[in-house]
Design a protein around this ligand. Structure first.
Ligand SMILES: Cc1ncc(COP(=O)(O)O)c(C=O)c1O
Length: 482
C-alpha cells in the first residue's frame, strides 16, 4: 500500500523559523520529533527526501542528513530504499498500543493493543504550552509555590468559561486539583460521613465509585441504560433513599456516552432539591463532543447545591494531571479544609501550561475531533463482523462505545481477547455492585487503522471463545485507569 506523504509546505510551516540558539541539525531533529510525537506528522507518513527538505529549508544537506540520522537512532524514523524516510514512534511506546496506560510492571514486550484506557495522546500545541509555562516560571520562583486553591490566572480562565456557559462564576469558587478523580474523591469525602447514603450510577467510572466506597458510605446504585437515564426511576430512587450526595456524569457519561438534556436535568435537580441532596457532577468528558448535539446548561445552573468537577485530561492531556472544582459559595471553606488534609495544591508548571492551553485552544483540538470521529467510524464498521449481533447506541461524544454482546460472556471475551492481542474492559468492571456481564466498553481513542486491527483481533477472540474449554479460569481484567 502506498504510504501517505507529508506535504513539504505544511512541514516547513509547522517547523517554523530556525532557533538561532541551537545547531541547525538539532533544531530540525527536535522539531520533527515533536511533530511526530504529537501526531501532526502521523506515524507511517513519508518525510521529504533529504534533497527536497534541504532546498525547502535553505539549510545545508549535512544538516538534514544529521537530523534524519538522529531521528533514526532514537526510533522516530525508518529509512528504506524504495519507501523513503518513514516517520514512526519508538517501539516501546507502541507495544501497549498508542496511548497505552503505563501501569507499573506492564511492559510485556508483547504486541498488545490496549483498549482498556479511554484516553488520547497529547494534542498539537501541548509541548509549546509547557515551553511557555517554563518561560513564566522564573517569576514564581521568588514565592513559596504553594497556591493551595490554584493559580489566580488559571482560576480566572476557568471561572470565565463557566460564565460563558451560562453559569456566572467567581474565581473564588474554583479550586484547582490534581485531576477530576482527585476532585470527585475530595468532594465526596468532604460532604459525607460513614454510613450515609450516596447515589452512584451503574455503570459508572469505577474509580470515582471506589472513592465513595472508601469513605464508608452506603452506595445506592442508579442504573444507566445504554441510551441514558430513566428519569422516573431516578426520581423514585432519590425520593426513597434520600441520598446525602449524588455522584453523576451527565455529559458523555463514561462508559455509555449518554448525554442528559436540559428537561431531564431540571427534573433530576428538582428531585435532588426535594431530598436536600448535594450533587457532584463530573464533567470530565464535556469537551469530547464529536457530533452536533444539544449543549445543556451546567447542572449547577439547575441545582445550586452542586459541585462541578472539570478536567484537562480528555480535552487536552491526562499527563497534565490537572482538574478543578466549581464549588457553591457556602461550601468553599468546607472543601478547602478537606483539601489541605490531603494535598497543598497542584504543581505550578502544569497550572501555567493549562492556563496557556485554555487561553489559546480551549476545548477539543479540531484535529483530535476529526481523528476520533474517524476512529469511531472504523469501530462501528468493524464491530458487526467482529461480534455479530452486538448492539450499541451511537454516542454523540465521549471516547467509547458501550457494546451489548449477544450473550452474557464479557469476562470470557476479555480473556480470549487478551490471547488474541487486544485488551478490553468487561462490563462488570463498571458496575456499582455486580452484573453487566453482557457489556464491554470499547474506546476508539487510537488511530482508525489501529481500531480496525483491534476489531479484527476482537473478532478472532469472539469466534475462538466458542471453542474454548468451559470452566477455564479467567485472568483478572486490568484495572480501568481512564
Ligand atoms: C468520568 C471520568 N471522571 C474522571 C476521570 C479521571 O480524570 P482525571 O484524569 O482528570 O483524574 C475519567 C477518566 O477517564 C473519567 O472518565
Amino acid at each position: 500500500m502506498a504510504q501517505p506523504i507529508a506535504s513539504l509546505p505544511r512541514l516547513v510551516r509547522l517547523l517554523g523559523p530556525r532557533d538561532p540558539g541551537l545547531p541547525a541539525y538539532r533544531w530540525l531533529a527536535d522539531g520533527l520529533r515533536l511533530l511526530i510525537t504529537d501526531g501532526r506528522v502521523p506515524s507511517g507518513q513519508v518525510l521529504p527526501s533529504e534533497r527536497r527538505l534541504t532546498e525547502a529549508l535553505g539549510v545545508s544537506r549535512t544538516t538534514v542528513t544529521r537530523a534524519y540520522a538522529q531521528l533514526r537512532e532514537t526510533g522516530f524514523l525508518v529509512s528504506r530504499r524504495g519507501s523513503g524516510h518513514v516517520a514512526t514512534l519508538p517501539l516501546g511506546r507502541r507495544r501497549l498500543g498508542v496511548g497505552g496506560a503505563l501501569l507499573p510492571g506492564e511492559e510485556t514486550g508483547e504486541d498488545l493493543l490496549d483498549l482498556t484506557c479511554a484516553a488520547c495522546r497529547a494534542p498539537a500545541g501541548t509541548a509549546e504550552a509547557y515551553a511557555a509555562a517554563l518561560e513564566q516560571l522564573p517569576s514564581f520562583l521568588a514565592g513559596t509555590g504553594y497556591a493551595t486553591a490554584g493559580l489566580p490566572q488559571l482560576r480566572e480562565v476557568i471561572a470565565a468559561r463557566y460564565t460563558e456557559r451560562g453559569l456566572p462564576t467567581d474565581p473564588d469558587q474554583v479550586m484547582v486539583v490534581g485531576g477530576a478523580l482527585a476532585g470527585v474523591s475530595l468532594a465526596v469525602r468532604a460532604l459525607t460521613r460513614p454510613g450515609e447514603p450516596v447515589l452512584v450510577e451503574s455503570p459508572s467510572y469505577p474509580n470515582a465509585v471506589d472513592a465513595a466506597r472508601r469513605c464508608g458510605v452506603r452506595l445506592v446504585p442508579l442504573p444507566v441504560e445504554p441510551h441514558g437515564w430513566d428519569l422516573d426511576q431516578a426520581v423514585a430512587t432519590i425520593a426513597s433513599a434520600r441520598p446525602v450526595v449524588a455522584q453523576l456524569i451527565l455529559d458523555f457519561h463514561n462508559p455509555t456516552g449518554a448525554l442528559m438534556g436540559d428537561a431531564d436535568r431540571a427534573r433530576l435537580a428538582a428531585a435532588l432539591r426535594g431530598a436536600s441532596t448535594t450533587a457532584i457532577v463530573d464533567e470530565t468528558l464535556l469537551e469530547v463532543r464529536l457530533d452536533d448535539a444539544p449543549t445543556p446548561l451546567p447542572f449547577a445552573a439547575h441545582l445550586s447545591r452542586c459541585v462541578l468537577v472539570g478536567s484537562s485530561s480528555k480535552s487536552h492531556w491526562g499527563g497534565l494531571r490537572t482538574g478543578w472544582l466549581r464549588v457553591p459559595k457556602p461550601l468553599v471553606a468546607r472543601l478547602m479544609q478537606a483539601r489541605i488534609a490531603d494535598d497543598l495544591g497542584a504543581p505550578i508548571v502544569e497550572q501555567l501550561a493549562l492556563t496557556e492551553l485554555l487561553t489559546r485552544s480551549p476545548g477539543l483540538h479540531p484535529e483530535r475531533r476529526e481523528e476520533l470521529r474517524a476512529s469511531r467510524a472504523a469501530m462501528v464498521a468493524g464491530l458487526p463482523d467482529a461480534v455479530p449481533g452486538a448492539r450499541w447506541v451511537p454516542p454523540a461524544g465521549g471516547l467509547s462505545l458501550w457494546v451489548e454482546l449477544p450473550e452474557p460472556r464479557a469476562g470470557a471475551l476479555a480473556t480470549a481477547a487478551r490471547e488474541a492481542g487486544v485488551l478490553i474492559s468487561p462490563g462488570p468492571q463498571f458496575a456499582a455492585s455486580h452484573g453487566l456481564e453482557r457489556f464491554v466498553r470499547l474506546p476508539y481513542k487510537d488511530p482508525a487503522d489501529v481500531v480496525t486491527e483491534a476489531m479484527r483481533r476482537l473478532g478472532a477472540a469472539w469466534r475462538s471463545r466458542h471453542d474454548a474449554p468451559s470452566g477455564r479460569p479467567a485472568a483478572g481484567p486490568r484495572p480501568v485507569v481512564a
